[in-house]
Ligand binder design. Sequence first.
Ligand code: ATR
Length: 273
Amino acid sequence: PDQYAVFGDPISHSKSPKIHQLFAEQTQQLVQYTAQLVPAEQFTVAADIFFAQGGKGLNCTIPLKELAWAYAQHKTRRAQLSGAVNTLALQDDGSVLGENTDGVGLITDLINNHGISLQNRRILILGAGGASRGIIEPILSQAPRQLLIANRTVDKAVELAKIFSVVGEVDSCGYTDLCGEQFDVIINATSTSLSGQLPPLPGNVLAKNSCCYDLAYSNQPTAFVYWGLAHGAEKSLDGLGMLVEQAAEAFYLWRKLRPATAAVIALMNAQRG
Ligand code: ATR
């Protein structure tokens, strides 16, 4: 079988091997996909060894996405802008292409699985780290009415808005500036959910028929998912669907086949503790 893997640290709870195994069975592809614990300082050597041994493609997760970006010899424009790569694909000429499928995964989950369009809507992104960088360009491609990035360290939001101004209009602010504003979709791209914390949001920032989306996921609803439900969001979702959809996009890049995702998402949901 062709070899694929996900590198990350930590990695033991990764759902990617299961998801790709299901994709491979469904599309009848001979694919082996493993998870490897790779600390940041070992990334380059581990990736070199993986490809030297015939590996065809890698997924890279926390904390390796910026390193994978630097490792890729070519990058799509999307990946280039985002400064982070979650998918590496060996090309026919032996070079390695870097792509970021996170943003497309998010948009596909919102539109196809939840019927939530971003077009002409007011979008708020919380956080200005790597997770935010990966989703801004795909969100702008949906032609929102407004895209605002709020961050605790305001300078980082200003910097991101500047980088992506070549793609479309992006504004930036701090959390206190959100008072009196309302949004249709709020996306949590901070790392707060990992520690059960919340970004310091004012209580009334959700418009009618709004949606909250946490890029993080866990077996229980995240603190931000609970926050959305408590503050009147029509839907408050976590990132499990995005995880499956970004994997489908990586699978497509590698195998040129698009797996169906609904049954895989249903299964992953059923396997939550
Ligand atoms: P990632 O790659 O997951 O985005 P990161 O680059 O470390 O990780 O970014 C983490 C994001 O979560 C940042 O936007 C961070 O805000 P700062 O830039 O001000 O540090 C945000 N974050 C982390 N803890 C937070 C908290 N308790 N409240 C608000 N924002 C928080």
